[in-house]
Design a protein around this ligand. Structure first.
Ligand code: 3SK
Length: 517
């Protein structure tokens, strides 16, 4: 691998690599196609628009958009200008966005028209004001400070790329924590470059002739690599899905666009295989698939390969490391494990005293590698406990066998990972206890029959309340209304009391033990 260039603007780097492919399709979102030439031109014009609006280098802008061809224009356009996009999950609540707007002090927002109502609500609830709102595919007439994405980008002058260095802040993503607010994970231009060189090209093996489709959205670190950095770094074509990645929506893309690389998460693979509409192998063109977010059960991988004659490369990454650092490979695949360290990354399993554990013993996973985030914004304590010198503490437990294959052994804290998204039990519990029927609640993650984790709540009802199905449904609806809908408990058990420590702390691990009996 060549060393990362010291001066690097990742958007400009991609435009230069693809200068000879101006007519080739870079993105297809089902409604619009954007060629490489148009992507480069629009990104440079988007940067010009941001400058015209008075945004300055290093200022932040919230990127709250669905996966359409406008997403990469906004992201790369901001990078081109040296302005820092803060890409956020489109499924969150107004309170979540109010926090992120204030925390990032975003000066502008790039938003999909259908997400404008939730953004307005967030702006009303929070104290932070933004100067400009650039609306992609508006669904209503716009008034200041809202402006139209398409017409304003086309009218703006293309500007030269900012002369950023590789270590300069390029963008942020948010990562959830077990307590407290989400953390702003700050990444550099160089980190994008390293994930391409270490994982995208050598492990995933993405190439120019590929058509890439990631069911994981661009606002996830996993989706950002799959559907932006990796394919654009080799001149491949990317298929985007605007809406929810239901099995049917995914099948439609697989059949219509014939992607050769598909990136999913275990829950999606499970529901695809369970669907009566699963396409036949002859109807699709996948040559390699990836899985991340949670461990891929062995049997699921085997069934998928038997059906499609194509491997799923199960791996683990993190928002903090930007992409996958432990992975299976096409020429070294062990279903049921997360494979081996991606060359360029080092991995250690340590005990509570910091000593490395021998093969066969469970330890805390630490990673060393050049794509680690710079910090959590404005959070020195969490930065220090996670980024420990050259090493990063992942919060996952792993075991390594004598052959060097790593297998997931759970989280080090109570965080739950459902379909690749973190759910804080405390956040869900706090919402449950706001319901009039609930006295106390504890939330844990439980693996279903297929080995996929689902959120389960244990609830102590107030005296006089009955624990029937109607109350369960009401509690689930209550959580969906207050939090991002993916956080609601899929099962609720009513109980007389919760296990607690002498000081009254809920012992979630004891509930987990009960579930495995
Ligand atoms: O969840 C993961 O394993 C993952 C993979 C790649 C990038 C980011 C994440 C969180």
């Amino acid at each position: 691998m060549n060393p990362c260039p010291r001066q690097l603007n990742f958007a400009q780097y991609l435009s230069e690599i693809n200068a000879t492919r101006a007519a080739k399709a870079a993105y297809m979102d089902g409604e619009r196609t954007l060629s490489y030439g148009a992507l480069a031109e629009r990104s440079a014009r988007f940067a010009g628009l941001l400058q015209e609006l008075g945004l300055r280098r290093e200022e932040r802008a919230l990127l709250l958009m669905h996966d359409t061809v406008d997403w990469p224009v906004a992201f790369l356009g901001a990078l081109h200008a040296g302005i820092v996009p803060v890409a956020v999950n489109t499924l969150l609540t107004p309170d979540d966005y109010a926090y992120m707007l204030a925390h990032s002090r975003s000066q502008a927002v790039f938003v999909s028209g259908t997400l404008l109502p939730v953004l307005r609500e967030a702006l009303q609830r929070g104290k932070h004001e933004v100067r400009h709102i650039i609306v992609s595919e508006p669904t209503e007439a716009l008034q200041a400070p809202c402006i139209d994405f398409e017409s304003r980008v086309l009218a703006a002058p293309p500007v030269p790329a900012a002369d950023t260095c590789a270590d300069e802040i390029a963008f942020w993503l948010y990562s959830s924590g077990s307590t407290g607010q989400p953390k702003g994970v700050v990444h550099s231009h160089g980190n994008l470059w390293y994930t391409v060189e270490l994982y995208g090209k050598p492990v995933l093996g993405v190439r120019e002739s590929d058509v890439v489709f990631s069911a994981a959205k661009l606002f996830f670190a996993y989706g950002l690599g799959n559907a932006l950095s990796f394919p654009l770094a080799v001149g491949a074509t990317v298929v985007l899905l605007r809406g929810r990645p239901t099995p049917q929506a995914v099948f439609d893309k697989l059949v219509e666009f014939q992607p050769t690389v598909f990136c999913g998460v275990p829950t999606l693979y499970a529901s695809m295989l369970a669907s009566p509409d699963l396409p036949m192998k002859e109807q699709v063109s996948m040559r390699v698939c990836t899985s991340a977010g949670e461990a891929l059960p062995k049997e699921l991988g085997e069934r998928y390969t038997a059906h499609f004659d194509c491997y799923i490369l199960d791996g683990i990454g993190s928002t903090e490391m930007l992409h996958i650092f432990l992975s299976n490979r096409n020429d070294d695949l062990h279903y049921g494990t997360t494979g081996k360290p991606v060359p360029g990354y080092e991995v250690q399993l340590r005990d509570e005293l910091g000593a490395t554990v021998p093969p066969g013993s469970i330890g805390d996973l630490y990673i060393k590698g050049p794509s680690a985030a710079l910090m959590y914004w404005n959070n020195r304590d969490k930065t220090r406990s996670t980024f420990q010198g050259d090493w990063l503490k992942s919060g996952d437990k792993y075991v390594c066998d004598a052959q060097g294959y790593y297998t997931y052994a759970g989280r080090s804290d109570d965080m739950i990972k459902v379909s690749g998204q973190y759910v804080s039990p405390i956040e869900v519990e706090n919402v449950l206890v706001q319901h009039e029927a609930v006295l106390e609640a504890a939330v844990i993650g439980v693996a279903d029959a297929q080995g996929l984790v689902k959120t389960v709540a244990y609830v102590v009802l107030r005296p006089g309340q009955d624990g029937g199905d109607a109350v369960k449904a009401a509690l689930q609806a209550h959580v969906k209304q207050c939090l991002a809908p993916f956080k609601y408990p899929r099962q609720i058990h009513f109980t007389e009391e919760l296990p607690k420590t002498a000081t009254g702390k809920i012992q979630r691990f004891r509930l987990r033990q009960m579930e495995t009996l």
